[in-house]
Structures are given as C-alpha cells and as structure tokens.
Design a protein around this ligand. Sequence first.
Ligand code: ATP
Ligand code: MG
Length: 170
Amino acid sequence: MIPVPLSYALPDSSATDALGAGLARTFPGAAIGATVYLRGELGSGKTTCARSMLHALGITATVRSPTYTLVDTYSVSGLTCVHVDLYRLQSPAEVEELGLRDLTGPGYVMLIEWPENGGRAVPPPDLILQLQYAGEARSAAIGAGSEDGRSWISKLAIDTSLAAYVSNMT
Ligand SMILES: Nc1ncnc2c1ncn2[C@@H]1O[C@H](COP(=O)(O)OP(=O)(O)OP(=O)(O)O)[C@@H](O)[C@H]1O
Ligand SMILES: [Mg+2]
C-alpha cells in the first residue's frame, strides 16, 4: 500500500455515510471505473460506507451486506456497481469462480469487503480504505493503489462537503 495520505475521524455512523457519499462525489467516473478495497475488523463500518457510496452514485435499491451472496450487482446510468464480501469464502477456488476480473475496469465500480481473503483472483485496488475502531467510534485511512486512486484521493482531500462532516486527521 502506498503511504496513507488521508485519514478521518468518524465519530458516528453518519460520518461513515458522509465518507461514502464523498467517495461517490469524487469517484473517477464510469468511463474510468474503480476498484476499492474496504478493510477493517468485523463491524468496523465497511458495509455502511459501501451502502452510502452506492446510494450516492444513484442506486435506489436496498443495499444489503453481500455476506452470503458474496457478490451483489446494481446498475445505474452506464455504471455497474459490484459489491463483494469475501468474509465467508470457503476456498480460493470459489473466488476464481466469481470471475471478479471480468467485472472491473471502465463501466464498473467494485467495492470489496475482506479482499485479503480472496488471494490472487481479487482485482488490484485503485483505493484502499482501512477502517478502525476508536472506542465506540471509527477512523478511516485511505491510500491509493494506482494513479487513478491518487487523483481520486486528491479530489477527496479538497471536498468541502466531506470536510464539513468529518475531521481530517492527516
Ligand atoms: N463511525 C461509526 N461510529 C460508530 N458506529 C458505526 C460507525 N460506522 C458504522 N457504524 C456501525 O457499525 C455497525 C457495523 O457496521 P457495518 O455492518 O458497516 O460493518 P462491516 O465492517 O461491514 O462489518 P462486517 O465485517 O461484518 O462486514 C453498524 O451498526 C453501523 O451503523
Ligand atoms: Mg460488511
């Protein structure tokens, strides 16, 4: 992981929602697409952040945790959103069968919870979001895995709506 240039204090779940919405506002766009790793302990807020991002991208459907389905997909105006949760993965072969690499690149945004469980079949990240417990609250550290991720982070860092919601600890 490239050194973490951004971190935020997330005092409550609405702050995690605000981060998800900020990620959607600054998303590189459907023409480029993106893969995001959501890392962090059980209950650290990965699904909360993903759900908020998907809704802010325009998904009106209910976004559930894909813990049992492993992959849920949603479509909105030229963008396919792929929400993945590899927590319950039984074997590395199972992730191969998911064909995740065919669901990345232009036209796709892929959000992956528990990417560390997937091994080599998991597409490389543009952005890595690490959530952490801070007592009852959470914090988030965001790093880039690609040049697209770097420019995404640069936009996020100057997003005033997000800054109004969560404090940047960087
Ligand atoms: N910043 C926050 N402060 C306090 N609670 C939060 C915060 N963000 C999310 N939560 C709460 O934490 C709980 C677990 O969130 P969530 O399901 O998003 O975690 P998760 O990381 O996806 O868990 P899992 O590892 O099981 O997939 C929810 O009740 C959510 O509202
Ligand atoms: Mg989850």
